[in-house]
Design a protein. Sequence first.
Length: 202
Amino acid sequence: MDRETSQIKNLSSGDLVTHVLYGKEWVGIILGFKIEDLEKILKDNQNNFVAQVANDNSDGQLVLSGKTKHLQILSELLKEKKIKNIKLPVSAPFHCNLMDKATEVMTKELQKINFKQSKNILISNVTADEISNIDDLKSLLIDQIEKKVRWRESILNMINKGVSQFIEIGPGKVLSGLVKRIDKNVKISSINSQSDIESLNI
């Protein structure tokens, strides 16, 4: 791992977020609901509470971020509408405006890092589209702190561009499961060990 990669890894760690938001407790809510319907509820009730979609994982799985008291109000409203929602303990209100202090730190620190043009195609979780140049990459790394993760749209965009196989690297198969919920026809492989690498068929 080179010096620049190590610096970015450290910036992306929980240590930065914990330092910025130490002592505050937040929760996320997972909803079995379509994003269009959820965003309408948020807009119609913006005078009663403030919450933002943090993750659009798939149809039927969304995550919200916001202050605990506001999410509690929203949770009660959803229960009245017979909409299933689950409280999710988290260390910080990721991917919403409450992360603004972390954005300030990231903006300052990223200016110190020398980026190189990628040899591979990168997809931004902010735009759900390809990143065209280094300046955009830096800007999007900052934007993603407060913007929702557009995972569902990113996967659909890659499939529409001809991607037919996805490889998840690391423990667990959470992302593989989300991809399957989006499109059951794509091939998915998970790498958790050396033997997984050796048996990988591309």
